[in-house]
Design a protein around this ligand. Structure first.
Ligand code: FPP
Length: 228
C-alpha cells in the first residue's frame, strides 16, 4: 500500500447542509447545526494527523443574500460555536484564525472572533482558518489597496503578504462537498496549484473515512507545478 502524504494545507467548501436537512424533512438550520458538528470532527482529525492549515468556507460575501432568519441563525451558530469550541482548540493545540472582511459582523461576534484568536495564539498544532464574510475577489482588492497604501512594488511576494492568508502556504488539497463542481470565489489565488476533489456527500455526512480516501488519492497524484 502507498504511504499517505499529509498535505500541509487543506481547504474545504462545506456545501449541502440545506439539502441534507431537506432530505430528512428538517429545517435548513438543522443542517447547519449538524454541519457545525462535522466542522469539529474534521478539524480535530486534521489536527491529529498533522495537517498545518485547515481553511473552511463558513460564510461567503454572497451568503448575505440568504433569508434574514437563516443569516441570523448562522451568525448565532458561529458565535455559539466559537465560545464552546475554545476548550476543544486548547485541548488539541489548535490555533484559530479568521479570514475575510470581518467589519460587517456585529461587534459581539467580532469580539468573540478576536478573543478566540488571542486565546489560541499560543497553540502550535493545526491552524483552523474560518473564512467569514469571505470572497476571494474582495480579498484581492483589499490586498491591492493595502499594497498601494504601503507603497510596495507589485510582486507576487508583496501581494501575498497583503492577503488575509499572509504567512500561510498555498492550498494543497481543495475539497468541495455536495456534488457542486465550482470554486465559488474561494481562495482563487491560493488554489493556483491545488489538487481538487469533489464529492457528492453532503457536508453533515462528510467523515474521517472519506477524508482518508481523498488523502490516499492525493498521495498518488503527481504534482508538477507547471514543470514536467
Ligand atoms: C453550505 O450549505 C453551507 C454554508 C453556506 C455555511 C457553512 C456553515 C456550516 C458548516 C455550519 C456552521 C459553521 C461553523 C464553523 C460553526 P448550504 O446551506 O448552501 O446547503 P445547500 O446548498 O444544500 O442549500
Amino acid at each position: 500500500m502507498n504511504e499517505i502524504k499529509i498535505p500541509s494545507h487543506i481547504a474545504i467548501i462545506m456545501d449541502g447542509n440545506g439539502r441534507w436537512a431537506k432530505e430528512r424533512g428538517l429545517n435548513r438550520t438543522a443542517g447547519h447545526e449538524e454541519g457545525a458538528s462535522t466542522v469539529r470532527k474534521i478539524t480535530t482529525y486534521c489536527a491529529n494527523i498533522g495537517v498545518k492549515y485547515l481553511t473552511l468556507y463558513a460564510f461567503s460575501t454572497e451568503n448575505w443574500e440568504r433569508p434574514k432568519l437563516e443569516v441570523e441563525f448562522l451568525m448565532k451558530l458561529l458565535e455559539k460555536y466559537l465560545k464552546k469550541e475554545l476548550e476543544v482548540y486548547i485541548k488539541n493545540n489548535i490555533k484559530f484564525k479568521a479570514i475575510g472582511d470581518l467589519s460587517r459582523f456585529s461587534k459581539s461576534l467580532q469580539k468573540t472572533i478576536s478573543d478566540t484568536e488571542k486565546k489560541t495564539s499560543v497553540c502550535t498544532g493545526l491552524t483552523q482558518v474560518l473564512a467569514l464574510n469571505y470572497g476571494s475577489k474582495n480579498e484581492i482588492i483589499r490586498a491591492i489597496k493595502k499594497l498601494n497604501e504601503l507603497n510596495l512594488e507589485v510582486t507576487e511576494e508583496n501581494l501575498e503578504s497583503c492577503l488575509d492568508t499572509a504567512g500561510m502556504n498555498d492550498v494543497d488539497v481543495l475539497i468541495r462537498t455536495s456534488g457542486e463542481v465550482r470554486l465559488s470565489n474561494y481562495l482563487l489565488w491560493q488554489n493556483a496549484y491545488a489538487e481538487m476533489f469533489f464529492t457528492k456527500t453532503y457536508w453533515p455526512d462528510f467523515s474521517e473515512t472519506e477524508l482518508n480516501e481523498i488523502l490516499s488519492e492525493f498521495s498518488k497524484r503527481e504534482r508538477r507545478f507547471g514543470g514536467i
